[in-house]
Design a protein around this ligand. Structure first.
Ligand code: UD1
Length: 424
């Protein structure tokens, strides 16, 4: 259990930050390290709870790893077991894709139903259908999937809808062998392109990553190497929205603005000045921002992971904003908590109407990573004190949040641990 965060809000964020590497690019890359018996070095890996959770699972499967500052060394000379147990998989949905890696390297794998953030149904049916379409035998019993291959995966997978995890699952499953697999309606996210670049470094032949049709030609064996992960567009977006919500000014260095078109365009539409260079973004807030209509969609649309943060921002903007999430239509667990800070929000037929105003502090809860990001943004903008519980969810995705906010002038601290607890 992590201590609640206390924020005395109402002051504009000002300053500079270096964007961290992307959690959602790091996770599949870590899983991809299972494909090879050669050592891999990843530079600048974010020190996040989700990464630690996945490393625990990889260690169980046979990976030896060592941190050297933020550099991570991974080596899996052999897979010790092809079974990923419930205790390790249930903590995070992203771990489900170890199935694809185990199938490629060992020809079989057993993985429990995944856990993860609690915002509406997040099935794995598309993963399973795709693996079956490639010729793998997949059985489900008591919440555990067992899969194996007879021949090598071959042919075409046509996804009903783009799925990030499903696309990664197929890329992993098809990475080894003499055959070729094509994904139609593949996810287009920058994290998929980064993953493809990593797999290519290992020796997998991939064409069309970042387009709707991707072809993966397996290799006989894969090598190792050193790789640097792309910047986190969701973390960057959260800080931009926090600066906008507090009417501040921020310079993000080490960002990739090309990955952030949808957000940057919405921030400009709202009236803020946004200037970009090849690897930086600067936002200077307007004091009279305009409300927005936002539909979260697959990349290159507005990211669903920034939908809770943007609703927190819009809760500070006078007027009526309308918001929908077309990827996770029920991703609105943060709405009740935002209302505690004085925002007026109405959710009807999966459309969220936000009547923004000046917020005031209250005691609130974070239920998941990005919903927590939303609460932090709202708290920074709200007058007076906000206490945010459930920070363990937030630290899954935001590295060193407290210090980073403090460096931008925010008045943030953790609730002191009660004496009794501190003595234990
Ligand atoms: C990834 C991201 C997550 C982000 C999401 C959408 C990681 C670790 N997580 O999650 O932060 O919010 O993309 O951008 O990268 N679906 C099915 N059946 C399936 C798989 C997905 O119906 O088998 C649905 C989902 O419920 C959702 C949509 O497809 O409505 C997209 O989900 P998907 O892209 O697979 O999300 P994740 O890979 O889990």
């Amino acid at each position: 259990m992590q201590r609640p965060m206390i924020i005395h809000g109402g002051t504009p964020l000002r300053g500079e930050l270096r964007v961290n590497p992307a959690k959602n690019a790091a996770l599949p890359i870590l899983v991809g390290s299972l494909l090879t018996s050669e050592p891999i070095t990843l530079e600048e890996v974010p020190r996040l709870r989700d990464i630690e959770v996945l490393l625990e699972l990889l260690a169980h499967l046979g990976t030896r790893y060592a941190w050297e500052g933020r550099t991570l060394h991974l080596h899996t000379p052999e897979i010790k077991t092809a079974k990923a147990p419930y205790e390790l998989v249930s903590k995070m949905r992203a771990s489900f894709i170890v199935l694809g890696a185990l199938l490629a390297r060992e020809g079989e794998g057993e993985v429990s139903m995944p856990g993860g953030c609690a915002f509406g149904p997040r099935p794995v049916d598309l993963h399973i259908k795709a693996l079956r379409d490639l010729g793998f035998a997949v059985e489900e019993e008591n919440g555990t999937f067992s899969a194996s291959r007879n021949g090598w995966p071959e042919g075409e997978v046509v996804f009903d809808r783009p799925t990030v995890g499903g696309t990664e699952q197929v890329m992993l499953a098809a990475a080894l062998g003499p055959t070729e697999v094509t994904i139609v309606n593949a996810a287009l996210e920058p994290e998929i392109v980064d993953f493809a670049n990593f797999l290519q470094m290992l020796g997998v032949h991939i064409e069309g990553a970042g387009t709707a049709k991707m072809t993966i030609r397996g290799a006989e064996t894969l090598g190792g190497g050193e790789y640097k992960i792309i910047p986190d567009r969701i973390e960057a977006g959260t800080y931009l929205l926090a600066a906008a919500a507090t009417r501040g000014e921020i310079l993000l260095e080490g960002a990739n603005p090309e990955h952030m078109d949808a957000l940057l365009s919405k921030l400009r539409e709202s009236g803020h000045t946004v200037v970009t260079g090849t690897d930086w973004v600067r936002l200077k807030s307007t004091s009279e921002p305009q409300p927005l209509n936002v539909d979260a969609r697959e990349y290159p649309g507005f990211p669903t992971d920034l939908q809770p943060p943007v609703s927190a921002y819009l809760a500070t903007v006078p007027g009526v904003s309308l918001l929908r999430d077309l990827v996770y239509p029920d991703r609105f667990t943060h709405v009740g908590e935002l209302a505690r800070l004085g925002a007026e929000l109405h959710l009807k037929e999966r459309v969220l109407a936000i009547h923004g105003r000046r917020l005031s502090g209250a005691r609130v809860k974070a239920f998941d990573i990005r919903g927590g990001g939303a609460m932090v943004i709202a708290a920074l903008a709200a007058d007076g004190e906000t206490i945010i519980e459930g920070m363990q969810h937030v630290s899954r995705g935001y590295e060193d949040l407290e210090n980073r906010l403090r460096s931008l002038g925010a008045n943030v601290f953790s609730e002191p641990v009660p004496l009794q607890q501190a003595a234990d």
